[in-house]
Write a protein that binds this ligand. Sequence first.
Ligand code: HPA
Length: 231
Amino acid sequence: MIGIIGGTSLLDSGLFRNWPKNRLDTPYGPVSVAAHEKALFLQRHGYPPLPPHKINHRANIRALKDLGVTKIIAINSVGSLKIKNKPGTFVVPDDFISIWQVPTFFDDEMQFMIPRMDPDLAEWLYEQCKALKMTVQRGGVYIQTTGPRLETRAEIAMLKRWADIVGMTMGSEATLSMEQQIPYASLCSVDNYGHGIARVALTMEEIKENVMANVKQIEVLIGTILAGNLP
Ligand code: HPA
């Protein structure tokens, strides 16, 4: 069983509308998961949607684990820190920095895990995107900020030295998935340039337009994955 985690861009997606929704209780709180014969869909922000800094990542990942998910494909919205990663394109990252937020399931016990993203699942996801002729980069470093606001120019000038893309969710999800030993790969949708990366100013309209354009491609990708061979 694969788990698909989507963000705000998929809130109104027709793709999952007919999938029956089940509410599940976890030790970290309730989660709503939509089920299909071969996959589960989890809206990471929940219903009604929580802002990024309030997302209950532990409940989300624990719910997928309890439901028998053995692989997670996540869709994460990001800002680009590099001119070459244009809005309207995608990145499948192979590493991340998330040192300001490190959620854990191991609050009270000594447990260690190897902090690395799953290369095989990422490669598989990248190949699926390529087959659909999506503009996608294989590899790159994601850096997580806490949100909910976007970053200042000075913050972006600092972050771009360390990473290729910036978002508010993937580091936390990837960390918790590793702790549960669930391979996790992300398709990052580049929805805007970070503040000051491009000469034109960042506008919310620009972000919304890019989100809409990318979500169509994401829906085709997920539809194709579900109709074909799952990882
Ligand atoms: N910064 C942080 N998170 C984001 C951005 C951004 O520019 N775009 C989409 N998610």
